[in-house]
Design a binder for this molecule. Sequence first.
Ligand SMILES: [Zn+2]
Length: 402
Amino acid sequence: MGRYNRAVVLEQIQRVDGISRLDIAEHTGLTPQTVSGIVRKLLDEGIVREDGSSRVNSGGKPRTTLRVNADAGSAVGLHFDPAELACVVVDLLGRPLVTRRIPTPPGADPAEVVAAMAGLVEDVLAEAAVPRERVLGLGLASPGPIDQEHGMVVAPPQLTHWTRVPMRQLLSAATGLHVTLDNDSTAAAIGERWGGAGRGVANFAYFFFGTGIGGGLILNHQVYRGGSFNAAEFGHTSVTQGGLECYCGNRGCLETLVSSAAVRAETRRRLSAGGASALTGPFRADPESIDIAAIVAASRAGDPLATGVLEEAAGYIASVVVNVVNVTDVDLVVLGGHGIRHLEELYVDTVRAAVATRVMSRHIRVVDVTLSPLGADAAAIGAAALVLHSTYSPQLSALLSD
Ligand SMILES: [Zn+2]
């Protein structure tokens, strides 16, 4: 109970950043005495500080406000993507201090990946000049599905020879840090809630575009995880009946139609079929040169083939977003992740137009659609936020505690 109350108080101070003891008691339902006792401990530990200034309440009596002492600790977040490793150090308010990314070792043998991760964590901590004893822990955001209970990465896409790798244990041994593991898209949604577009929003859906496509749902201020911690797999909702078979076992999944690989493949297919395009020359010279940047550039220059491919992909995404909003009635949809680099504008505009005209609740209120301000770093920042959340958030700390 003591630990729970402490997390409740700390979360209030983090969220408001400048709150009095009495306001904390009012917001949490704890007695002023309990709040005072917890705050005294937090002040002793240096996690919280009195900011010296005071506010005047309605009765005219000054109240000392409390803030999180942002430098008192830090957390490391690591995003494991089959293509790249991203690492960030954040302070106690979740603000990034240093971010760095390296390619995932080719072949991606688990031992090599863990060694590369440990090296990256060392480098980032050295660059941020954070003393080891101030690091609260390491959050790892990994492609799902994951076995939360055993800290295992079960069978990530594109890493078919990885089966039930005990990443939490391996990474903890390699870094000496306490490791918290979560699904990359859930981590990104938590990061978004912490320091991005979802700050203070009770209900939102987060579409995460990595190598694959995942999602996160925050409902009533809580991460919605589902029965096996694998909720919000937006990338594996069926869009076309009888479409391509997906590695997940389903057919016509969103991911098979709009992932970067799928968009490139569809462009090459249309070019091979002889579609008129400015990309035909470069395609004949080197098919590999037709990447997302080239397709977007051609579309911006008015190329009809490139524009057709991208608009079709955007339309598939918009349809799934409309379905998700109709099912969950969220107030906000956030699009993010490195998989939509170059495509941000087109996707947000298309989805916004669809939500404004096709969602059931559109006559009652406008559902906002926005791009993640955290960009490609959302999952790494979210992974670090997992560590802070396990310190702050009572619900999450209960879920994540070993
Ligand atoms: Zn699928």
